[in-house]
Design a binder for this molecule. Structure first.
Ligand SMILES: Cc1cc2nc3c(=O)[nH]c(=O)nc-3n(C[C@H](O)[C@H](O)[C@H](O)COP(=O)(O)OP(=O)(O)OC[C@H]3O[C@@H](n4cnc5c(N)ncnc54)[C@H](O)[C@@H]3O)c2cc1C
Ligand code: SF4
Ligand code: SF4
Ligand code: SF4
Length: 453
């Protein structure tokens, strides 16, 4: 796995090296032509007697017949829809030379491979705001006239590739920063709040810790996953009642980062506020926690990728797999009748509102398992501040793994203030957690799907 990663990084940078060469060469030829023809273009096209950059490029491509026909054709189209600025010129040249952008790579190596989990982190970090998640899949928006305002032209910055949990980029950095915590606690606990216990999945620890952290100002809002007809709907919430409404597991993919993307109304509203005013909690599956951590790897001068700079507390879930949304139709009951879904040893236990239970055995579940999950190796959200699952604890209780200083602070204070409770004698069954972790790793090892990255 690590070997593949290294190879990928090398190919990626070699390709980019080639692309940079082509780009530099074209730029240089353009510069020489401008100088030879006494063309002093105006980047903004505002001065009456200076041609705009795009006019200059057009004239340049007319004169330089050795340039690929595609350059001229593309730039002719491009002129119709693009503003004249440097980024646009780069995009035009890149398109014309058919060099893949980072997003093309993401499409080829993650989306087309069937290992995209639809988490939405590529859209959330996109520098040009040109990715949308539609039907669980990232799509790139072509810059059309009305959308130019938002600068929706891919700048080939590569951050979508970096933040994607299904590429190996930045994994060594994440591993170094969060992979080997010095002090790890594994506990059994449950909520003491009857409201939470009536709606939660297992011991209500996730909801209780989020509520505690909000109540005590450690965070002031949190990303959680709502439920519309068993379709996961990510939300940013601030109230206890919203936490109750979003408790419980939904087993299909959630584009959780879409609520943190620059297109989201809340993010637009808060983007000018001082960074430390927004202290978010974030609950997610291991792949989503990995994406958040990749964004939080400090770049030059300690800067991390927005919006991860607003995420303060990460609570990860244990996760064996997720299912395509069609699974809920396969159950064969009206979705509004379903009260709870729970994956157990026997299969998917569907509890209906009238109290009846239906079990969908694992052999039937198999065909709905997401491709992204078949290559996934993290069972316990190993990079989260706190991870929570049911494996290893008795029914109605949660297994809690606490890894960071912040995690310890939140857990111990919530315990001390009576928001959560530990049983008198019970301790988690470590073997079960290890078995599930090993099972997941072995499935990824034997998967027919290979992660190119
Ligand atoms: C897809 C999936 C697979 C899982 N697989 C396992 C497993 O194999 N073994 C195991 O022990 N535990 C697994 N879990 C975790 C388990 O189902 C519970 O979420 C966990 O035990 C926490 O229980 P709780 O009562 O503390 O959570 P609650 O207090 O009920 O809170 C649950 C939280 O999870 C969030 N959430 C719900 N669905 C999603 C989603 N699709 N993506 C991101 N966040 C979501 C909600 O917003 C809520 O904040 C899985 C969870 C999910 C979502
Ligand atoms: S993140 Fe950068 S490379 Fe990826 S689509 Fe957006 S602008 Fe293009
Ligand atoms: S896994 Fe997430 S970040 Fe990667 S392509 Fe899919 S939606 Fe984008
Ligand atoms: S199995 Fe892995 S890829 Fe699938 S939802 Fe869970 S963490 Fe994400």
């Amino acid at each position: 796995m690590r070997e593949k990663d290294t190879r990928y990084v090398r190919t990626y940078s070699e390709d980019y090296g080639r692309f940079e060469q082509v780009k530099t060469e074209l730029r240089e030829r353009f510069r020489i032509w401008c100088s030879a023809n006494d063309v002093r273009y105006n980047k903004y096209g505002r001065t009456a007697n200076a041609p705009s950059l795009e006019d200059a490029i057009r004239a340049f491509t007319r004169q330089n017949l050795d340039i690929d026909m595609a350059v001229r054709e593309y730039i002719a189209q491009f002129r119709e829809k693009s503003r004249s600025d440097n980024d646009a010129m780069e995009a035009a040249l890149r398109e014309a030379t058919h060099e893949p952008t980072a997003f093309d790579r993401l499409r080829e190596e993650v989306i087309d491979q069937g290992i995209c989990n639809g988490c939405g982190s590529c859209a959330a970090v996109c520098t040009a705001n040109c990715i949308r998640i539609a039907g669980g899949t990232p799509l790139q928006i072509e810059g059309d006239e009305n959308e130019q305002e938002l600068g929706k032209i891919c700048l080939d910055c590569g951050v979508c590739m970096m933040a994607c949990p299904k590429t190996s980029l930045l994994i060594p950095e994440v591993e170094e920063k969060w992979g080997t915590p010095s002090n790890v606690w594994v506990r059994v606990a449950r909520s003491t709040d009857n409201g939470i216990l009536s709606v939660c999945q297992d011991g209500g620890i996730v909801t209780s810790l989020l509520w505690y952290a909000m109540d005590r100002g450690i965070i002031n809002s949190t990303v959680v996953i709502g439920n519309e007809d068993w379709k996961p709907v990510p939300k940013i919430v601030t109230q206890y009642q919203d936490l109750l409404n979003t408790a419980g597991s939904k087993y299909s993919p959630s584009a959780s980062f879409s609520v943190l993307s620059p297109q989201d109304a809340i993010i637009k509203a808060v983007q000018h506020m001082p960074r430390d005013w927004i202290k978010l909690g974030f609950v997610g599956t291991p792949c989503q926690i990995l994406a958040a951590r990749k964004m939080q790897v400090p770049g030059s001068e300690g800067v991390v990728l927005s919006p991860s700079d607003r995420i303060k507390l990460t609570i990860g879930l244990f996760c064996m797999e997720q299912f395509n949304p069609e699974l809920v139709d396969h159950i064969g009951v009206d979705k509004s009748e379903i009260k709870k879904l729970n994956v157990k040893k026997e299969g998917l236990i569907v509890t209906l509102r009238d109290g009846r239970q239906i079990t969908v055995p694992h052999r039937e579940l198999k065909k709905f398992v997401r491709g992204s999950c078949k290559v996934c190796t993290d069972f316990t959200s190993k990079y989260a501040d706190i991870s929570v699952g049911s494996v290893g604890s008795p029914e109605g209780w949660s297994t809690v793994i606490v890894r960071t200083e912040l995690g310890r602070e939140v857990y111990m204070r919530a315990l001390g203030d009576g928001f959560i409770v530990e049983p008198a004698i019970e301790s988690p069954v470590y073997d079960l957690i290890d078995t599930m972790t090993a099972k997941k790793a072995s499935r990824a090892e034997n998967s027919q799907i290979t992660m190119k990255t």
